[in-house]
Design a binder for this molecule. Sequence first.
Ligand code: B1M
Length: 632
Amino acid sequence: MHKPSQWRGYDLSARRAKIEAACNLAPVAAADDVPVMAGTPGYFAFAGKAVPGDYFTNPASMLEYQARGYEAHLSRVDDDFVPYFMPWFGTGVLASAFGCAISIAPGPGNDPAVAGPCVHSVADIARLRLPDPHRDGWMPRVLDAIDYALAHDDLPVGLTDMQGPLDTIGLMCGQAQLYQWMYREPKMVHELFDIVTTAFIEWVKVQKQHIGEPLDASNGLQGVWSPKGIGVWESDDDLVLIDARLYEEFVVPSVSRIFEAFGGGQAHFCGNGIHQIDNLLKIKGLRAVSNSPMGNFAAFTTLRQRLAGRSAIWIQDSAPLDMAGYYGRLFAQVEDFRGIVVQPFVLDTMGMDHAGGYTAVDWEPLEAANRLVRTVRDVIRRRLAGEPTGGEAPARPRVPSPKKTPEAAQIVFTPGQQAALDDVQDCLIDFDGEGLKSAIRRGLTTGLAPFSIVTAGLAEGMAEVGRLYETGECFLPELVMAGHTMSEGMTVLQPLLKAGDASQSKGTIVIGTVQGDLHDIGKNIVKTLLEAAGFSVYDIGIDQPPSAFVRKAVETHAQVVALSALLTTTMSNMGRVVSALAEAGLAGRVQVMVGGAPISREFADHIGAAGYAPDAVKAVREAERLMALAVA
Ligand code: B1M
């Protein structure tokens, strides 16, 4: 590998040696032994102030932006960062090569991402072919950027973003669909993992050939120079969404294959993945885990304790606003800093709060980076000296069990009816669609009203699944499967409800993700559960402007418009939809419900949205409440 010891006069070898020691789990005697590197400039466009408009279309522009940024970084920031050119084209390059369209939300500060699934059926899977990196999707752009950088600068060049097979297949199929197939079509999903894993390996090999780096080391893996033994990086963000059994069956063999091909590797995820620790340790060749704890100090402590001595851990949060408080709490219980690499991204306009949320900042990134590095080293120094770090790990609030709904609590059922309702709930929780239909039919023969079967049977079963979801005893695939099973049961009840007493409990909902935002996993779950509960739902997709919501609401005579957003930068677009509905004369007639990780009831109040739900289960109840409010 071409491994210059200097770049533009800055010595890189000591930095590399430090990272190598950490990755080899060498003992840490002093704070300075722990590599600390602040990622500036972010190669992301997200929250970037000065990313050029032609960043993704002109390799010269990308190279110039990064090289200029790294030079400024090296001259000002006293850290262990090893610069390299990151051919960054967002998170959908591999999926695009299988046929997914890529879109870049309009406006500055947006990154390319998959615009929607490209696999809709089993037949689509049979048609998939291994991509040609010189022809398919956005792969040629990555290779062009690599070649350009090598020809025009002596900056080392690293790999593009590498979403792993789980994330990539989620993007290709849509996560909600994938999770159902994991249960219903496991053989087909194994085939999908097989072809995507092969494509992943081939894609990394082609990039490495162009770069001229060995298989088992890299100039750069998502921000970090990587020594021999860590040849590849794969993002496994969706591991937080699925349970350990599914991950072990589908993902562990695939990631093991990848890491074996590159002499070892590093797996990344954001958030709390402690339910997957045993699985991570089963991955052959796992040398490092990169994690954004996102303010979950207890989960990080557990992860750290379980990985200690077995794998390095790269901490990859966005830079926190309260640096001393954040790292004080994060490291409060770390006994041994072996294998720890601290690698925050200092974004130009966003910082992270203690809860992992993002808040606008007006800091000068290089000043913030220097402050961050000094703070982290000081916290580590205090911890090593046995002094308090200023952070006691707080107890995380326990999720309360849901109370029975008033209707369900008030109605008294005969023993036969109660037995039928129990069967309905059991079948729902077991994802047994056929059994559920039979249980519903049995319930009807005991004299149960269809609406009672919905509220006291299906809704109670869903509430139980929701409770298990909130307490981490089940995960998204199970929520999706329960929603799907409920829809199957509803096929028996729907015709009866149409003629019967519960027609007012249904209504029309337009749902979508707001402009600038391409996240749709949560929105799709909400949609599934709303449909399962008997609403007519029109899904207008992701990245939708206010006019699209208004148009669809008018066309479908919707009573509720449901908006989802995952990015702090796109939350404000929800307010624009509220205004657009008012301008179209629909205020009051159409109620707005908002949701998504950064959204709160206070925010909903602030933008004038009557409805808010923190999760998909509560979204159904909230939609029912809003239906009653919508003025005909
Ligand atoms: Co993105 N991403 N992402 N990402 N991503 C987050 C959200 C982030 C927190 C990661 C991080 O910083 N560590 C961060 C956002 C920071 C912020 O602004 N607060 C982030 C970022 C920065 C980005 C990019 C900008 C990264 C980049 O390219 N530079 C980019 C953005 C592209 C764009 O949108 N323009 C990006 C891209 C992606 C992927 C494409 C790779 C992928 C999305 C795939 C997809 O959606 N099809 C992705 C993913 C998967 C995530 C994480 C890992 C998971 C999000 C998720 O789906 N959660 C996330 C980090 C994390 O949380 N661990 C992250 C599961 C889902 C079920 O939860 O959507 O909250 P959620 O839905 C819940 C509730 O919120 C609620 O019900 C759902 C189920 O209970 N709910 C509603 C949702 N909508 C509702 C509507 C309602 C009611 C309830 O009524 C209408």
